[in-house]
Design a protein around this ligand. Sequence first.
Ligand SMILES: Cc1ncc(COP(=O)(O)O)c(C=O)c1O
Length: 371
Amino acid sequence: MIPITDLGQQYNEIKNEISRAVEKVLAEGKYILGPEVTELEERIAAYCGVRYGVGVASGTDALVLSVIAAGIGEGDEVITTPFTFIATIEAVIRAGAKPVFADIDAKTYNINPAEIESKITSKTKAIIPVHLYGLSCDMAAITKIAKKHNLTVIEDCAQSFGAAIGGKITGSFGDFACFSFFPAKNLGCYGDGGMVVTDNKEYADKIKLLRMHGFSADYDYRLHGFNSRLDTLQAAIVNVKMNHIDGWIEKRVENAAKYAEGLKNVKDAEAPFMPPGYKHAMNYYALRISGGRQKRDGLKKYLTEKGIGNNIYYPLSLHLQEICADMGYKKGDYPVSEKTQDEIISLPMYPELGAEKIEFICGEIKKYFRV
Ligand SMILES: Cc1ncc(COP(=O)(O)O)c(C=O)c1O
């Protein structure tokens, strides 16, 4: 059995470091917003090349708090991709605003900047680009549009820790950037956690207020906020992982190259596109199977039978989800996203995966396609 991700193997490698870090927190007793949280906030902000990091309870909350801190609310519109995890639009809806979708690019699976401008109305306040699977969106084009129309950019970096364009890291392009430390992410903790990074002091201060009941000092409440702090224990764990993250991403990228080599003769399987100058963080390895849903689902069934972990991120675009019915979208509105949902499948991807297992997986895929 090869899992889609293997967190246990990684834990075994860093077990001693983790135990020391956790024991230190337990002994010190600063369980809420302890020094490890500040340390991690500073490290991640520095990694991204911005001034402020604010630890929050999850990637979802990072988005919710950013949307609210940006002043987005009732009657506003926010443009994003229909090909993402529900949390991206949950944040917009929680703030009382409306998500407006723009179709994705057929090669990168990320929001297509050429589709954004036609969706802008007088109500549009922000764009949320999602760096799907670990590949950065075209941020030059997106920030240009945002500037032209005076829109806030909130990067959804939940899957893109360590991704970059020409050395510039995702998380440094937007007004806000939202990271998730969900365990399966490149930089995951052992539970839920997240962070907002920003180069804007006013925004950072607002997120700090929002994450703790709007509490300023001495029970002086400045905003109606949340209880959304990053646990000190989780911060301590992520601090340990920060010492290893670049090496782990390198290994993910090497694994992706091995997949691409192993599958190069499978004409029905398209490896992830690597635009020149982009560094893919390979959170997920998403293969595109030409020939429609039946063929993709056939491969999924075959791999599962062979004990090879796999998953479909995502089987149904958000505009077609029942809970989005009131937004008035219909089938055919976002053809590229709809085609991609039928053709995509993610294969096992984690740093420790290695050549032997990849060879086996590619061998099984070749058998399925009779190559
Ligand atoms: C694209 C995207 N956005 C947001 C989230 C939400 O992050 P979390 O699970 O930490 O709330 C996730 C992951 O779960 C995600 O993949």
